[in-house]
Design a protein around this ligand. Structure first.
Ligand code: DQA
Length: 146
């Protein structure tokens, strides 16, 4: 059975109460529960992790190497700044689907740049919490083709 890491970055622990006009009212716990449910239906396993610290996210990506078949990553604001996360993804050679709740391309210009995109299989953004389910489907479809 395929195993996926759902990795969320800074401030995403505040989902449900944070800037609800942009990110909605669904909490991270609810999103993670949806991911587990989606995994059951899709016949895969998911492990969910969140950290506000860049180094912890780097270590989670390293640790995923021998544990998971792919990573679904919402790196939050580190998306737009982190060469370290980009290098970590390149180093472990695991497929990554980049995910955002909001459409980063329709927002401020600094959010248009992603350090994750060049090392990701693809990017899903703008679909709110539903994006997590779409990302699981996209990753499983990618792994089937590989
Ligand atoms: C985000 C978009 C980022 O620009 C922002 O910094 C976040 C959340 C999203 O899910 O839409 O923290 O990754």
């Amino acid at each position: 059975m395929k195993s996926l890491l759902i990795l969320n970055g800074p401030n995403l622990n505040l989902l449900g109460t944070r800037q609800t006009d942009i990110y909605g009212k669904v909490s991270l716990a609810d999103i993670e529960a949806m991911c587990v449910q989606k995994a059951t239906v899709s016949g895969c396993k998911v492990i969910c992790q969140q950290s506000n610290f860049e180094g912890e996210l780097v270590e989670a990506i390293h640790a995923a190497r021998n544990r998971h078949d792919g990573i679904i990553l919402n790196a939050g604001a580190y998306t737009h700044t982190s060469v370290a996360l980009m290098d970590a993804i390149s180093s472990v050679e695991l497929p990554v689907v980049e995910l955002h709740l909001s459409n980063i391309h329709a927002r401020e210009e600094f959010r248009h740049k992603s350090f994750i995109a060049p090392v990701a299989v693809g990017q899903i953004c703008g679909f709110g919490p539903a994006g997590y389910g779409l990302a699981i489907e996209a990753m499983l479809s990618h792994l089937e083709q590989a």
